[in-house]
Design a protein around this ligand. Sequence first.
Ligand code: HEC
Length: 162
Amino acid sequence: MRGKPITIAGTMISIALTACRATPPTHVETTVIDWTKHNITVRGKTDRNPIPATPEKIESGKQTFGFYCVVCHGRDGQNTGVPFAKALSPPIPSLASSEIQSYTDGQLKWVIENGIAPSGMPASKGILSEDDMWTIVLFLRHLPPAGSLGEPRAYTGDEYEK
Ligand code: HEC
């Protein structure tokens, strides 16, 4: 009995949200969380990346990403080889997806700096420098094709090889 009004309300919200979107989301929850993150939670929308997107700087972002982000996001930012990517809640998204690429540069930097609480996405404040965070944003805008960089070494079984 108690669950019924909630189900009806949920269905109505679902219909309303589906009607506003070109591609209907699988889960209403995902849509609401996504909208909230893009418009409220994640700040820094108008902050501009002070680092120019030169090949050297993109490479430097890739190196820093390789040091601090690969264990969860894979070398390509698309979870390649990360065994638990889908098992986390929320799961680790592909950083090449339109959902993530539609953040502004400033928002991506804000996510890196502050993390996404209470998910597994950690804050880099005090660990990475401002320049490191901005160069990672450059790399995120120039991600390689999925799988093209192989798997993080941590997951290839080489950990204890001599
Ligand atoms: C311990 C695992 C872990 C590490 C290390 C990690 N992330 Fe994440 N990341 C996550 C998870 C889990 C999410 C999903 C968060 C969510 O959807 O709320 C995420 C989400 C993101 C997002 C998308 C935010 C969103 O709105 O979903 C970006 C961008 C990102 N990570 C970049 C990075 C970068 C860059 C680094 C390295 C500086 C990094 N992450 C390190 C686990 C990690």
